[in-house]
Write a protein that binds this ligand. Structure first.
Ligand SMILES: Nc1ncnc2c1ncn2[C@@H]1O[C@H](COP(=O)(O)OP(=O)(O)OP(=O)(O)O)[C@@H](O)[C@H]1O
Length: 372
């Protein structure tokens, strides 16, 4: 997928730019608080219907305005599309694809997948499992769309079962849902596991290069522990009293986790330095990108916010080398304060566009005019 043109209205401090992008490398640079990340936010909204920096939609709308609009001309799965997204302060949202109203956010996700690496994600290893599960399911969805409906059905049943548990219903009532729940939990887990199997060698390879630790790997915790190998159906039976006491189901896909492990199964979050954790997340994101390039329906936009901020010079060079090896149809957007470290990367691309941002004003500048 690639975005050819983007028009942004009333997003944070941006002065409503219309921009034409390179199908390969786009560099967005300028001083702090210029509006660089805001530009990436607009691109992210195209694929997700929300910001990557906040869950509070109103924060993204310019203080003096009542709504934001992001409009893009893009190419996806070999066809050209016009995609418009509008959100008002009261939360009302309108999405239009080629003039037709779109109701589901999953349509956006399928049409314009976006992968982002930003400082907001560097604490993924020390956060709760929810954030890792989200990243995992994002990846699974983009190589196997069917996970979404199975996941939704599973969560619906969990909701019904939990309502009964809260009401202290008897086992005979609650267990009506167990067979379906077992079935759906296993289906989701199989898809998650298949994705982990695909991504693991890619992740290990990037992780080894970045943090010089052999045997870095990902392990899926399905959301229940079955040490005695009795099966999920039996677990529901044996956990019923505890579930009733708690008022919710303890074991299913809502408790899954993606574990980042080092040699001898040490938890990466407990062992690595902050800097190494950031590098490991970078390795994970690159592995997800590669998995989509190899197994997905299409390659996502790859957004890298503040590329220089979190890496030392060596690791930055390593990352830039990897970016220089991306397939020619991979569209990349990078924000930075200083251009100088990006010079070797820029020189390796045929089609580069550079945008200078200051006080919300975005201007395309010639890459030949790059003064370093
Ligand atoms: N709702 C809003 N309305 C108007 N301005 C806003 C709004 N939200 C944030 N801003 C301002 O927009 C500016 C742009 O922020 P942004 O994070 O995009 O800058 P940046 O160039 O990525 O900065 P940095 O290099 O420091 O990360 C900031 O000055 C911020 O205070």
């Amino acid at each position: 997928m690639r975005v050819n043109q983007l028009t942004i209205s009333n997003l944070r401090n941006l002065k409503n730019p219309t921009l034409s992008f390179s199908p390969q490398l786009n560099i967005i640079y300028g001083p702090n608080a210029a509006g660089k990340s805001s530009l990436l936010e607009a691109l992210y909204i195209l694929g997700n219907g929300r910001s990557f920096r906040t869950s509070k939609h109103n924060k993204v709308i310019n203080d003096d305005n009542q709504d934001i609009t992001v409009f893009a001309k893009l190419e996806s799965s070999g066809a050209s599309h016009k995609l418009g997204f509008n959100r008002k302060r009261n939360g009302e949202t309108a999405i239009k694809l080629n003039g037709e109203i779109v109701k589901r956010l999953s349509t956006l996700a399928k049409l314009s997948p976006v992968q982002i690496l930003s400082p907001e994600q560097y604490d993924l290893l020390i956060k709760g499992p929810g954030a890792r599960r989200k990243q995992l399911d994002w990846g699974v969805f983009h190589v196997e769309h069917s996970i979404l409906s199975t996941w939704q059905k599973c969560h619906k049943i969990l909701l019904q079962r939990n309502q009964l548990l809260k009401r202290k219903a008897p086992y005979s009532d609650v267990s009506v849902w167990d067979k379906q729940l077992v079935n759906l939990s296993q289906q989701v887990t199989q898809l998650r596991q298949a994705y982990c199997d695909k991504i693991n060698p890619l992740f290990s390879q990037f992780a080894k290069a970045f943090i010089q630790q052999a045997d870095c790997h990902l392990e899926l915790y399905p959301g229940w522990s079955d040490k005695d190998d009795i099966g999920l159906a039996e677990l529901y039976k044996s956990q019923f009293e505890k579930d009733k006491q708690l008022g919710f189901t303890q074991s299913s896909i809502h408790k899954a986790d993606l574990k980042f492990l080092l040699a001898r199964n040490k938890k990466a979050g407990d062992y690595l330095s902050r800097g190494q954790q950031k590098l490991l997340i970078t390795a994970f994101k690159l592995a997800q990108l590669k998995a989509m390039q190899e197994y997905g329906q299409q390659s996502p936009l790859f957004l890298m916010d503040d590329i220089g901020a979190e890496l030392d010079a060596n690791h930055q060079t390593q990352l830039l080398d990897l970016l220089a090896q991306q397939p020619v149809n991979q569209q990349i957007f990078i924000t930075c304060v200083h251009l100088a470290p990006l010079k070797p990367l820029i020189e390796q691309y045929d089609q580069v566009k550079m945008f200078h941002v200051e006080h919300g004003q975005v201007e395309e500048v010639s890459s030949n005019a790059m003064v370093i």
